[in-house]
Design a protein around this ligand. Sequence first.
Ligand code: C2E
Ligand code: MG
Ligand code: MG
Ligand code: MG
Length: 284
Amino acid sequence: HAKENGRNTYRFYTADMNARALEILSVENQLRRALERDEFVLHYQPQVDMGSGRIVGVEALIRWRHPERGLVGPMQFIPIAEERGLIGAIGQWVLREACRQNQAWQAEGLPPIEVAVNLSAMQFYGRDLAQDITAILAETGLAPRWLALEVTESVIVQDVESTIATLAALKGMGLKLAIDDFGTGYSSLSYLKRFKVDKLKVDRSFVMDVPGDADDSAITRAIVNLARNLGLQVIAEGVETPEQWSFLKNEGCDEVQGYLISPPLPAEDLAKRLARGAWRLGSI
Ligand code: C2E
Ligand code: MG
Ligand code: MG
Ligand code: MG
């Protein structure tokens, strides 16, 4: 294979090939194998309604069960998968597995919840994402309303027209759309008018120093108010303390997600949590 030979030549004969590039090549090859050998797993982090304390959704977060390195977090390999053109295949696996699992929970008789899946910008190009998701929903039997997609502002600004068209198509199918890490991207708020998102996720970097830091508190309050005034749901991520909970509750935030309630859990543990019912502040 000429292309592969070329790459090998580069690999072995370029003097300034650094350790970082070698590491990327090695991870790339291992990622290809990981897909074939089914080494990926999803953990699920509860999203709790502040009023009822009930788990109303989960965010699916990928991990890699690496044969030597153990459980590897997404920050260690998702950027490489994006760079090396593997995110399409991995993203498809995540979507299918999240939908399959959520449908399985419903079939067990657990209270129905939304499952939120993170999407990379690249997943919007090359393939018809709406068509792929339609196929996955049909295959797994999950109703569209129980699938939410999380995109960051950076995903939207990559190619505004085509991304917004795809998001509108997905929305039309009955899926939920959330803007992840809201407020951290390079963005104009005008996209909030251009297509109907359902939910804003206040980034953990703002929530972290609430209520002690006046600036972060002001930003968090502004995002919660923006969402409410636009008729959107708002969820705070990275909630770790009862003080953050109280602040967010006071400001009228709808939902929270974070270590205060639970870290991301394997599917079986999440099912147990779901069966146990409502979470209350002070119940830990
Ligand atoms: P994200 O979508 O913003 O996910 C939230 C991250 O914050 C998760 O890290 C979660 O474990 C962590 N987190 C949740 N609550 C707390 C808390 O209270 N305190 C602290 N310190 N951290 C908290 P994780 O699982 O390492 O994922 C990191 C990022 O990797 C995600 O950020 C997301 O951007 C990306 N990612 C994860 N799974 C996927 C995937 O399937 N596809 C794509 N494209 N990206 C993914
Ligand atoms: Mg997310
Ligand atoms: Mg996030
Ligand atoms: Mg974040």
